[in-house]
Design a protein around this ligand. Structure first.
Ligand SMILES: Nc1ncnc2c1ncn2[C@@H]1O[C@H](COP(=O)(O)OP(=O)(O)OP(=O)(O)O)[C@@H](O)[C@H]1O
Length: 258
């Protein structure tokens, strides 16, 4: 895969659920193999809305989203199918596209089978998929609905990773995890996406997480990007008051990034 294929790009994106759009004039590019992009901002600023708009799950009010040069909202069935496999999203509190009525094993097997049919090299079993996110084989027989929030979050991440997408879009990927699991999950995410050249877009209110995963970070406030930079730049020299507030709220223990 060359660095210029399978690029997901938003230009002048405007989107929202209510009458006033939550996000406006957003420009964003995720290029597989060229580092991860983070969107940081407080509660309700529009992070999930932005991610839904970028993945084609929410109609745009303005602007354009393209994947590999094709406009996402206007794809024919073939391109749409390809897009669905190439760009995987794990929503906040979601099931990662898995059917919550199924057992973990059945859902993961279905996922692997779809990925194989789409020509994605999965080369593993359902047990291997669970191991990606430190879930033991004993979970295979469990119903997805019966999982705890943290188990479900890790299953959704593992399932998305198992299909080897070109781009992974994650909305608050670690909110349900305790600190030690969060550390392990973040390390694994960085390791796998770096090794595979997966483009990663992560939205979170958690600057520590975003700083550890992303090379470029955009600060979202009042629906617009107010500042962008590397995590180090935003932490050491925050310019916008919102960035300053977020940086100052970070525990001193994250001094490695300052
Ligand atoms: N389905 C919906 N219908 C109406 N309004 C919505 C809907 N989903 C989100 N909103 C509103 O859109 C705005 C942006 O919400 P969004 O979920 O994108 O924010 P967020 O930054 O992801 O927040 P959080 O960090 O709390 O999850 C909020 O005012 C929210 O109440």
């Amino acid at each position: 895969m060359s660095a210029t294929t399978n690029v997901l790009s938003a230009t002048g994106l405007v989107a929202g659920h209510a009458s006033t759009p939550s996000v406006r004039g957003i420009d964003l590019t995720i290029t597989p193999g060229e580092g991860s992009v983070g969107v940081i901002g407080g509660s309700g600023v529009g992070k999930s809305t932005l991610l839904q708009a970028i993945t084609g799950d929410l109609k745009l009010r303005g602007g354009r989203v393209t994947f590999d040069g094709r406009t996402v909202g206007r794809m024919g069935p073939r391109d749409k199918k390809r897009f669905g496999v190439a760009v995987r999203a794990v929503r906040q509190n979601g099931f990662g596209g898995l059917d919550p009525r199924q057992t973990v094993e059945r859902a993961v097997e279905g996922e692997l089978s779809r990925a194989r049919k789409a020509g994605r090299a999965t080369g593993g079993t359902a047990t291997d998929v669970l191991a990606l996110m430190f879930l033991e084989p004993r979970f295979l027989g469990r119903g997805i609905r019966s999982l705890s929030g943290g188990e479900r979050q890790r299953l959704a991440l593992a399932a998305a990773l198992s299909t080897r997408p070109d781009i992974l879009v994650l909305d608050e990927p670690a909110t349900a995890l305790d600190q030690s699991l969060k550390d392990a999950v973040v390390r694994r995410l960085v390791e796998l996406t770096t090794e595979r050249g997966t483009g990663l877009l992560v939205a979170s209110h958690d600057l520590e997480l975003v700083s550890r995963v992303c090379q470029t970070v955009h600060v979202l406030a009042d629906g617009v990007f107010v500042e962008s930079g590397t995590p180090h730049e935003l932490l050491t020299n925050p310019v916008h008051p919102v960035t300053r507030e977020i940086a100052e709220a970070l525990p001193a223990a994250v001094g490695a990034f300052r």
